[in-house]
Design a protein around this ligand. Structure first.
Ligand code: PLZ
Length: 444
């Protein structure tokens, strides 16, 4: 599969001496506002392994934040993107178009939920896709308000900062934010006061009530939600919540937008996470996993909505860059040929079995959740009070990093350890990564 040996190897301290040297250069040249989870400098990466400049091989449970689903140098991505690089790097689709862009839009129409007529527009980043979904929904509805949810994350640009829930580190000091953005409750089962079973319908009723009383449904252009909330803590909205919110949107002429930038493209064991409850969004935003690591994002949706913006109203110099489109076609080819939805479901099986056994031994694990290869544990000081334990999440992450397993944290309270392995990771590496997590749990 991969040119890089698929085995964990720790030969220096982590970060090692060469990484530390590069980190010193980085600190004087790179703006301090740009962080890194682990300042280990990458030499090459593929499959389930990131090899650093000191020769360490880390097991990758992060996929560059859910991007390298097919691996970080997948054969089909490299082959197609390299061929495209040799042909031409750019023309600007708005100047002279090319086939790759159209092919990606055709694939999106085929793969996204619903059998209605669909169209797409391509951009560079996730935030840019979300911004454009708002533009399109406003143009279509002639309304302004946008509804988002507690714990939601949609990006770091001005409008998407407004859409994002968490202040630190995303928003603090960066205001003023875009107007006409309203936040309502989400069905966070683990922390819902009356328990997870009541959570879906109760949270939906609260959200609908707030939209009705505080905004007025006739003023709402779009409701935007992540079908599995990513940065906010891998929260799967309790059953019934998404269908109720989608129904409310439909009944009131509101564009229902699924932000599948993190959860899409096989990550949860389905092409898109909203399929789990049979949701057919009006618009869907995708990025990350779509192009095997190359920068590409998309808004896909009902043709009549997508066509609402006037000609020339959507675009950008680089949106749908031909090399990124070629990468996307390679990534989609890999997902299909290697049945990566099946792989994601197998990863869920292995991870949940192992993590459940760990939860029997370690009280710090308050909740295990997620789907496919988007799995997390929420850490608490006390299972009864559910007091968040961000310290434990940080300590566990550091312990795993020191042993050569790259894990990420997330969550509004910073107390969630999340696992996002590439879907092509071997089962041996997956289990070895989990062994390291188990040892870290015993030590912390
Ligand atoms: N919508 C659901 O997950 C990006 C961001 C990490 P961009 N998530 C990782 C960080 O600290 O910046 C994301 C997402 C969802 C939108 C975005 C934004 O995607 O490609 O980062 O702009």
């Amino acid at each position: 599969m991969s040119a890089i040996p698929q085995e964990r190897r720790v030969v220096t301290a982590i970060p090692g001496p060469k990484s530390q040297e590069l980190q010193a250069r980085r600190l004087s040249a790179v703006a301090g506002g740009v962080g890194s989870v682990l300042p280990v400098f990458t030499a090459r990466a593929d499959g389930g392994i990131i090899e650093d400049v000191d020769g360490n091989r880390l097991i990758d449970f992060g996929s560059g934040i859910a991007v390298t689903t097919v691996g970080a140098s997948a054969e089909a991505v490299v082959r197609r993107a390299s061929a495209q690089l040799a042909d031409f790097t750019h023309t600007c689709f708005m100047v002279t178009p090319y086939e790759g862009y159209v092919e990606v839009c055709e694939a999106l129409a085929e793969l996204t939920p619903g059998d209605h007529a669909k169209k797409s527009a391509l951009f560079n980043s996730g935030a840019e896709a979300v911004e454009n979904a708002v533009k399109i929904a406003r143009a279509y509805t002639k309304r302004q308000a946008v509804v988002v949810f507690d714990h939601g994350y949609h990006g770091r640009t001005n409008l998407t900062m407004a859409l994002t829930a968490k202040n630190m580190p995303y928003k603090n000091g960066f205001g003023p934010f875009a107007p006409e953005v309203y936040r309502v409750p989400v069905a966070y089962g683990y922390r819902w006061p009356t328990g997870p079973d009541n959570c879906g319908p109760e949270a939906a009723a609260q959200a609908v009530d707030q939209i009705t009383k505080q905004i007025g449904p006739d003023n709402v252009a779009a409701i935007i939600i992540e079908p599995v909330l990513g940065e906010g803590g891998f929260i799967e909205p309790a059953k019934g919540f998404l269908p109720a919110v989608a129904r409310f949107a439909r009944d009131n002429g509101i564009v229902f937008v699924a932000d599948e930038i993190q959860s899409g493209f096989c990550r949860t064991g389905q092409w898109f996470a909203c399929e789990d409850e049979g949701i057919v969004p009006d618009l869907i935003t995708t990025a990350k996993g779509i192009a095997g690591g190359l920068p590409l994002s998309a808004v896909t949706g009902r043709a009549e909505i997508m066509d609402a913006a006037h000609a020339g109203g959507l675009g950008g110099t680089y949106g749908g860059n031909p090399v990124a489109c070629a990468g996307a076609l390679g990534a989609i080819e890999t997902m299909r040929e290697q049945d990566l939805n099946g792989k994601a479901r197998r990863i869920e099986e292995v991870m949940k079995r192992r993590l459940s056994a760990m939860a029997e031994k370690f009280d710090v694990i308050g909740d295990i959740r997620g789907r496919g290869a988007m799995i997390a544990i929420e850490l608490v000081k006390d299972r009864a009070t559910k007091e968040p334990d961000a310290g434990a999440a940080g300590a566990l992450a550091r312990a795993c990093h020191a042993e050569g397993v790259l894990v990420l944290t997330c969550g509004t309270y910073g107390n969630v350890l999340r696992f996002l392995p590439p879907l092509v990771i071997g089962e041996d590496l997956l289990n070895e990564g989990l062994d390291v997590i188990e040892t870290a749990l015993a030590a912390v």
